[in-house]
Write a protein of this length. Structure first.
Length: 252
């Protein structure tokens, strides 16, 4: 893999080189560049690398200028000490956005995502209103911010999404709760309808998280989930028929 490093701090350049070598010794750093001007010229003069690591703040300005002045056709991972540019990063189809100090495991995971394909869709608390995206194609990945950290979650890693005290949380299949800004109403429109379904006002589940179904009343069903849900997961009466169609492979 050919990697381009765009970073104006030599200490950070050396660390990235070391991390890349530790991840895969066959990786080749084709160049390390410290300025917007050098990066623009490099992209004009060379074939695109397999991956570019971009710091946001360079010696002569904001690295987003590179995207305005040159064609950057390779996957990009941003590495920076600041988080306020995360949304802008994903608007230029960055694969990931890592906060310094970069950890080896984070970089390894980001490169693995890059090798799988597409960019991450932003669902951090900087994303603002869903707006026109409310009826877009199903979400391919979540970028979630909690504290000073960002985490990328694949839909396959989600057990269910639930609301609690007017807040929304994504529970991973390992049982970890992560905060989301969107309401269940918005998420219901954005998730793959073949994999996810709304059970009631508090809960959207992923099909692989369903352990078993129990008769709860004449027209309602209790869903047993893995990991365990903190309350009874009851399919509401008005949703029961659609839920059964969905389980049998039809549209809810």
């Amino acid at each position: 893999m050919r990697v381009l490093i765009i970073e104006d701090e030599q200490v950070a350049v050396k660390r990235l080189r070391k991390l890349l070598e530790g991840i895969d010794p066959s990786m080749e750093v084709v160049a390390d560049l410290a300025t917007v001007a050098d990066a623009v010229q490099w992209f004009k003069d060379h074939d695109a690398p397999d991956l570019a690591l971009f710091d946001v703040q360079l010696a002569d300005g904001d690295s987003f200028e590179v995207f305005k002045r040159a064609e950057v056709s390779c996957p990009v991972i941003f590495t920076t000490a600041f988080d306020e540019h995360a949304l802008k990063a994903f608007r230029v189809n960055a694969v990931d956005y890592l906060l310094k100090p970069i950890r080896a495991e984070e970089l390894k995971e980001a490169i693995a995502r890059m090798e799988k394909g597409s960019a991450v869709r932003d669902h951090s608390n900087m994303s603002g209103s869903a707006g026109a995206d409310a009826h877009a194609a199903p979400i391919r990945r979540f970028l979630i911010r909690y504290g000073d950290h960002f985490k990328v979650v694949e839909p396959s890693e989600i057990a269910y999404i639930h609301s609690l005290m007017k807040n929304t949380f994504l529970r991973t299949r390992e049982g970890r709760d992560l905060p989301l800004d969107e309401s269940l109403d918005k998420l219901e429109k954005q998730l793959d309808p073949e994999r996810f379904i709304r059970l009631n006002r508090q809960l959207i589940v992923q099909i692989d998280s369903i352990k078993e179904l129990l008769a709860y009343s004449k027209s309602r069903v209790k869903v047993v989930l893995l990991p365990t849900y903190d309350a009874d997961a009851i399919v509401s009466s008005e949703r029961s028929a659609a839920f059964k169609r969905w389980l049998s492979g039809g549209r809810a």
